[in-house]
Design a protein around this ligand. Structure first.
Ligand code: ADP
Ligand code: TZP
Ligand code: MG
Length: 308
């Protein structure tokens, strides 16, 4: 695989995509959009700090009336199901219904999809009022696609742990919060999921971002692979969650595909800078926030994007 497409015909669309990515990074820095989060207790602080470092603003809440009211001034929302409480069973579907009714754009991070009755009930409920963008690791994307009966797990090349099938949603893979699948195993699931999401949005636009060693972003039609980053990302908690929060920050100013690409590229470049400057996970996290702050729109948009 090479940087950019080898096909001349693909170069013009990629150039215009890069311009949209740069514009999204610029717009966040100049307009400081709010992206509200309903997220897990473990990484909530890193999510807020990463959104601020990217140039946006943050607001965290767990009360449906609070979240629904604040959505009126929030460019996009972020919902992460990493840590759950019993009242979330009603609260999260209620919030998703309210977003759906007003066409409010939101990012779902289906952390640990497939684990536990409560999480499965909540994630299943979202199918009727789906998000604009899903960001997760490969196992989570495969599990959610299967849970929503969009996938043929066998066709996906998923690992043996994928006991689920399109016709059997009673169980989903026990992935925990870490992925047990490679990004490439989730390509088909990600495309199916993105097409399903696009069918549910007012403007027909949606995206899915799959994180891992080489990240993947798709709008259901095109697939973009984004290499780089740092393996140290897996040694701090919240790399994925904060990437999801920053994706919502970009979704506040850009269409879903551009938002997913901008956030993922920003994270890969920031992780590389942080790794070069750090001495282990503690200093890595500090340098990651600094790099999110210091990277320019051009540095983000000029990153390698592999289309084949
Ligand atoms: N092996 C790796 N090499 C480089 N970057 C990685 C690696 N694994 C994960 N990342 C990066 O870490 C971030 C979080 O991804 P991931 O660990 O897949 O999410 P999650 O924490 O939700 O499982 C992403 O920016 C991704 O690119
Ligand atoms: C450790 C943990 N447990 C429940 S949520 C969570 C954080 C997961 O963070 P990430 O998905 O970004 O690794
Ligand atoms: Mg995660």
């Amino acid at each position: 695989m090479s940087d950019d497409s080898q096909d001349e015909d693909d170069r013009a669309p990629l150039a215009s995509l890069r311009e949209r990515i740069a514009q999204a990074v610029r717009d966040v820095k100049s307009t400081t959009p709010l992206a509200q989060s309903f997220t897990n207790f473990v990484t909530i602080n890193l999510v807020a700090n990463a959104q601020l470092a990217a140039g946006g603003t943050a607001a965290m809440s767990f009360l449906p009336d609070d979240v629904i009211d604040t959505a009126a001034i929030s460019g996009a929302d972020y919902i992460n199901v990493g840590t759950l409480l019993p009242f979330y069973r009603d609260a999260l579907p209620r919030i998703a219904r309210a977003f759906h009714k007003t066409g409010h754009r939101w990012v779902l991070d289906p952390v640990a999809a497939g684990i536990g009755e409560t999480r499965t009930e909540i994630l299943r409920a979202f199918r009727a009022t789906p998000p604009t963008l899903v960001r997760g690791n490969a196992s989570e994307i495969i599990a959610l696609t299967s849970m929503w009966r969009l996938a043929d797990a066998a066709a996906d090349g998923a690992s043996d742990k994928a006991s689920d099938t399109a016709s059997d949603t009673a169980s989903t893979r026990p992935a925990g919060v870490e992925s047990v699948d490679e990004v490439d195993a989730a390509v088909d699931s990600a495309k199916r999921l993105a097409r399903f999401l696009a069918d549910g949005t007012p403007d027909g636009k949606a995206a899915v971002a799959v994180s891992g060693a080489v990240d993947l972003v798709t709008d259901g039609e095109h697939v973009y692979r984004l290499p780089g980053g740092s393996a140290l990302m897996t040694k701090i908690t919240g790399a994925g969650c904060s990437l999801g929060g920053v994706t919502a920050t970009y979704l506040a100013v850009a269409e879903p595909l551009t938002a997913a690409l901008a956030a993922t590229l920003l994270y890969n470049r920031a992780a590389e800078i942080a790794e070069a400057k750090s001495d282990g996970p503690g200093t890595f996290q500090v340098h990651l926030l600094d790099a999110l702050w210091n990277l320019t729109p051009e540095q983000v948009a000029e990153s390698a994007i592999v289309t084949q």
